[in-house]
Unconditional design. Structure first.
Length: 443
């Protein structure tokens, strides 16, 4: 019997207990809006990033990867409009002074009603939101004055726009082509919440796809399909994904059209990814501010123009959360609850666990060489502590697709038991056939 009830408590507790994600600065009481990825979290994150990079950058001849600096000239953010408009509306409780996102209290934008503070229960009257700029400010160099101001980037996108000319000059790509980047972004969120869903430091995987102005709609549709395919391939269920056509009045300052891809998280239907048509807003603004020409020379048509941009953006931390929520299952197995992460095999942090039945030297003498052989092709873990039942439970909870048990029979038949995470079926496989057997399973 399967129980599909996934709660944030279960996900957070598993993530912490098994070493995926910890609270940032935990021994000092935590730092709001920050989370640290532990050994298995790093591995899961890396697998997602590698898959994304391979699919959207390496496997495509029209894509160019970059890794731009997090600190950028403050002029970038003035030109991009973030200094003036990268704000969220904020209100403060009259009594406890805790601050809230006004648009979370009033999704339809109305301010003429009272609201109850979720922190202290005080009933506040009508409110006039203040605009709060979400960029983290810092200063560069030894002297702090207005000329030393810098911002931690609130999106990775601008790192690509400012390198547009560099990539064109180095590679002479023909339109349409794109740039891709994976990296950290920082936003001083008023109310970070829901685990890694809304944090102050997070990672984005973004693409800026440059197109002929007249062809943006066609490319928008192509990327829309690509994004759905990606979500399917990382195991998200179709029925949990919902497209939201962002209304004109809610569009970001740079966008003419945006679709949010929402996901059914345990705390509600919320934005997972976005697809925006950014027009020529960014390149035109940077051309103006920098006075460097960012026009593209169309050799075929003998014209010059600023390309338009379609931007698919993928939050990495939200991806991890969606993947964890989708993979988590509880089942009743012989009267006990088995918690299992049914991660797509490609994403599993550990692919194979080697579990000798006992710590006795005669078994490790056989099990160690199996580990050494398999580690050439797979991420393998070696675990000989506690009972075999507890070890299976641990591997199920971290999503390891295959467990290999080395027992005393192995000494005679030179074979091991391979247990499948999802079916719990066990097969006896000859040690010498293991690498081939597993390679086939991971295809
Ligand atoms: P929201 O409306 O939830 O604040 P947004 O529309 O401001 O998100 P974008 O500016 O489109 O988000 O950012 C692109 C992607 O980056 C989002 O789709 C999301 O996956 C991710 N993202 C944005 N803000 C955060 C955050 N504070 N914490 C974690 N991921 C985030």
């Amino acid at each position: 019997m399967e129980n599909q009830k996934v709660t944030m408590d279960k996900i957070e507790s598993l993530a912490k207990r098994r070493g995926f994600i910890y609270r940032g600065s935990e021994i000092y009481g935590g730092l709001a809006g920050t989370w640290d990825y532990g050994p298995l979290g790093v591995a899961l994150k890396k697998n997602i990033k590698d898959l994304w990079w391979k699919r959207f950058v390496e496997d495509r001849s029209d894509m160019y990867g970059v890794d731009a600096a997090i600190l950028m000239s403050s002029k970038v953010w003035e030109a991009a409009g973030h200094v003036a408009t990268f704000t969220d509306p904020m209100v403060e409780c009259e009594k406890c002074k805790k601050r809230f996102r006004a648009d979370h209290l009033s999704p339809d934008g109305k301010t003429d009603f009272s609201w109850v503070c979720s922190e202290c229960g005080h009933s506040n009257g009508l409110f006039e939101p203040r605009q709060f700029n979400m960029m983290f400010k810092t200063s560069i160099g030894a002297v702090e004055d207005s000329s030393s101001i810098a911002y931690l980037r609130p999106e990775t996108a601008q790192g690509m726009f400012v390198n547009f000319k560099n990539v064109v000059d180095s590679f002479h790509p023909r339109l349409p082509f794109g740039m891709g980047q994976i990296g950290k972004a920082f936003r001083n969120e008023i109310t970070p919440r829901d685990f890694v869903f809304r944090t102050r430091e997070f990672e984005q995987m973004e693409i800026e796809y440059f197109v002929k102005p007249s062809e943006w709609e066609e490319h928008f549709e192509l990327w829309r399909k690509e994004m759905h395919q990606w979500m399917e391939d990382i195991g998200l269920r179709k029925e949990n994904i919902h497209e939201l056509e962002v209304a004109d009045e809610d569009l970001a300052h740079y966008s003419k059209r945006t679709i949010d891809f929402e996901f059914d998280f345990p705390f509600g239907k919320k934005e997972l990814y976005g697809l925006a048509y950014r027009t020529d807003f960014d390149l035109t603004s940077h051309q103006k501010e920098s006075t460097v020409s960012l026009e593209y020379i169309d050799e075929a048509e003998k014209t010059k123009y600023i390309p338009h941009v379609v931007e698919p953006t993928f939050g990495l931390d939200r991806t991890i959360l969606a993947v964890l929520c989708t993979s988590y299952h509880e089942e009743d197995v012989e009267g006990e609850t088995r918690a299992v992460l049914r991660l797509p095999k490609q994403l599993a942090p550990i692919k194979v666990a080697i579990l000798p039945l006992s710590k006795k030297e005669e078994l490790s003498a056989v099990a160690r060489p199996i580990f050494d052989t398999l580690k050439k092709d797979f991420v393998v873990s070696y675990d000989e502590t506690q009972s075999i039942g507890k070890r299976y439970r641990r591997q199920d909870e971290i999503g390891t697709p295959y467990c290999i048990t080395v027992d005393f029979e192995t000494l005679n038949d030179k074979a091991v038991t391979v247990r499948d995470r999802d079916t719990m079926k066990q097969e006896r496989i000859a040690i010498e056939k293991l690498p081939e057997y597993l390679k086939e399973k991971f295809q």
